[in-house]
Design a protein. Structure first.
Length: 655
């Protein structure tokens, strides 16, 4: 790697003394304040002393089950304080944890266990993975008073393995070392001044690396880790309630969820909140500007792949940011090196675009059981080890700017998705010959969604699309399942013979937009329902559940906002996601409310011939970034009529 005229960014050099890793830093806090609350959820709290003793018992239970063998321990638990007992106990046993989602499809879970070959599994009752020869243990409810010695850890000893999507159709496990995670956690605690007075919200699913700092930053700082209810990360209103009820001071949002949070929650009421961290997706300037105008909390934009210990850059969003300003991913954190390199590995000078490379202490050890893939992505140049991110970037004035991807890898709702894994599952269905998955902006204007085209193996019968997508849903996590699938006669190719993904995206977007228009003569509720879902006309059924139609957490939040804006009142998120309500079911729910207003006194929804009619909302909504300039214009030039639209409307109803 040549560095002539190239720019190499280096974070602050810091020496860490943590011979016992995260458990050692936690125990230091336990000695300082044993009776302080370390973790709490809606039902239970644990002090630092209680968590220390219970995790000691967890470690002893694991070692008894494995006969003293150390290695990977799979974890399958809902979000609760017991999860922290399990993770801390695994590390105290000298093992490393592998989180598995409670709703992970059976086939994919078996593939994951085959990769990491766990020595045991910690699971909640009813969530056993049923892996042959792998003992299952439970989180202890009681423990003795004795404090057990901690096992020393090496810098490269694994602390966890987290799965990401694999281009070959098989998920890949990123293995991270103790020193890498310790550096990231200690940096954040120092940079944001976390103290015993802080309460940090744990709402990110633990299968994502971001959950790591939500667990460990409070525990190495003497603060409290507050667990949100299991499904709360999907519901902005529940998040708002937890923040206010628990006095949360710091939390994380993926930008797409932050957008919905600003729309549905009373952000101004979060008076305890002092820090909001965004990562997982590009942070739009308009969204950042909207947040800083409504909240007194500091907003920080962070960036980092799973292969480099959660985050490697940060940028403090200024209070003066405008909706058209550029939002960098920032500067390197402690003990991290960054550069932008060309295809030959030459470091580029300032302002030039290339691939972002990450070096330093936070680089992962590699992919479990995949030495060839590890060698391609993790390279050693002049004695230094680098991770090639596959992200396009440039460096200006010491700040890194993210510009997109070099390859076909995409982000869906903050989740990294390799289209190859999705396409492999689609091709497994007997009705599918070839398949291509791409990211497309849906007609409802939300964030990028996964969509697919497929060449049928035989004749494509009407309705087979839903069957294929249902097949995929049993084998892939929710973000990996395409929202829509279209049959095509053949896969479009570029002149060089490669798959024409850009052309396929444009064709899907055209078809989706044309097919997503509300049906002619539809009542207002039907029009709203199909507009938000964006379901193609041929795949619509009024008795089909919301989730079955491709709805997910972000779509559900947009649906709640649309219903509220349309005057239909508040509908619980659980009705959409957990109960999988259909359009017919929603009509019935709203009609029941009309007949019997709820205990909170909210008015019912009037109906006309069985179709719910919107009622005006009494709530005041904040101006959007697009509305604010118009408001200023109207006050600065009150006599101007440039934005007036003149027309007439005859209403044949009583108002």
């Amino acid at each position: 790697m040549r560095t002539t005229d190239g720019v190499l960014l280096r974070g602050r050099r810091v020496e860490h003394h943590a011979p016992y890793g995260i458990p050692g830093l936690f125990r230091d806090q336990r000695r300082r304040a044993p009776d302080a609350v370390a973790a709490s959820d809606g039902e239970r709290s644990l002090t630092y002393a209680e968590l220390d003793r219970l995790s000691d018992e967890m470690a002893a239970t694991i070692l008894r089950a494995t006969g003293g063998r150390r290695g990977a321990v799979a974890v399958r638990m809902p979000r609760q304080v017991g999860m922290l007992t399990a993770l801390l106990g695994i590390l105290k046993a000298g093992c490393h944890y592998v989180p598995i989602a409670t709703d992970e499809p059976e086939r994919r879970m078996r593939a994951m266990l085959d990769v990491v070959r766990p020595v045991c599994c910690v699971a909640a009752p009813g969530l056993d993975p049923h892996a042959e020869g792998v003992p299952v243990v439970r989180v202890p409810e009681t423990a003795g008073e004795q404090v057990h010695p901690l096992p020393p850890v090496g810098t490269a000893d694994p602390v966890y393995a987290i799965f990401t999507s694999g281009s070959t159709g098989t998920p890949k496990a990123v293995e991270l070392g103790h020193a890498a995670l310790t550096n990231r956690i200690v940096w954040m605690a120092r940079r944001f001044g976390v103290t015993a007075a802080d309460r940090i919200l744990q709402k990110t699913p633990y299968t994502f690396d971001v959950a790591g700092w939500e667990f460990w930053v409070p525990l190495v700082s003497g603060a409290r880790c507050v667990f949100a209810p299991p499904d709360a990360h999907q519901d902005p209103r529940q998040i708002e309630q937890v923040i206010n009820r628990a006095g949360i001071t710091a939390c994380h949002f993926v930008p797409s969820m932050l957008d919905l949070y600003l729309r549905l929650a009373r952000v101004e009421g979060n008076t305890s909140l002092r820090l909001v961290v965004c990562s997982g997706e590009a942070l739009p300037a308009g969204l950042a500007a909207h947040f800083v105008r409504r909240s007194t909390a500091q907003l920080h934009n962070l960036y980092g792949p799973t292969e480099a210990a959660i985050d490697v850059t940060h940028w403090a969003v200024p209070a003066t940011i405008g909706p058209r300003d550029e939002v960098p991913i920032g500067e390197p954190i402690d003990n991290v090196e960054l550069c932008v390199a060309d295809a030959e590995g030459v470091i580029l000078p300032e302002g030039e675009v290339g691939e972002l490379w990450i070096g330093g202490i936070q680089v992962a050890t590699g992919y479990v059981g995949q030495p060839e893939l590890t060698a391609r992505s993790f390279v050693v140049v002049d004695g230094r080890r680098w991770y090639r991110t596959g992200d396009l970037a440039r460096i200006d004035d010491g700040l890194v700017h993210y510009l997109g991807r070099l390859d076909a890898q995409i982000k869906i709702r903050g989740v990294r998705v390799e289209p190859g894994e999705v396409e492999a599952v689609l091709r497994d269905h007997p009705a599918v010959g070839q398949a291509v998955a791409v990211a497309v902006t849906p007609p409802d204007g939300g964030g990028a969604e996964l969509a697919a085209v497929a060449v049928p193996a035989g004749s494509a019968e009407p309705g087979t699309e839903r069957e294929v997508l249902g097949y995929a849903a049993l084998r892939l996590p929710p973000a990996f399942v395409p929202r829509v699938l279209y049959w095509v006669d053949g896969i479009a190719l570029t002149p060089s013979g490669k798959v024409d993904r850009r052309g396929i995206r444009e064709e899907i977007a055209r078809r989706w937009a044309a097919a997503a228009d509300p049906p002619t003569g539809a009542d207002p509720l039907s029009a709203l329902w199909w507009r938000v879902l964006g379901t193609p006309a041929a795949q619509r059924r009024d008795d089909e559940g919301f989730v079955n139609l491709g709805g997910h957490s972000l779509t559900a939040a947009r649906m709640l906002a649309a219903l509220s804006d349309g005057g239909y009142g508040e509908v619980p998120l659980s009705a959409l996601l957990r109960e999988n309500i259909s359009l017919d079911g929603l009509r019935g729910l709203l009609a029941d409310r009309s007949a019997a207003p709820d205990a909170g006194g909210s008015a019912g929804v009037p109906t006309d011939g069985g179709a719910p009619v919107p009622r005006p909302s009494r709530d005041h909504s904040p101006l959007t970034p697009a509305q604010e300039p118009l408001w200023l214009f109207s006050h600065a030039l009150p006599d101007a009529s440039g934005y007036n639209v003149v027309g007439s409307l005859r209403l044949d109803v009583d108002l």
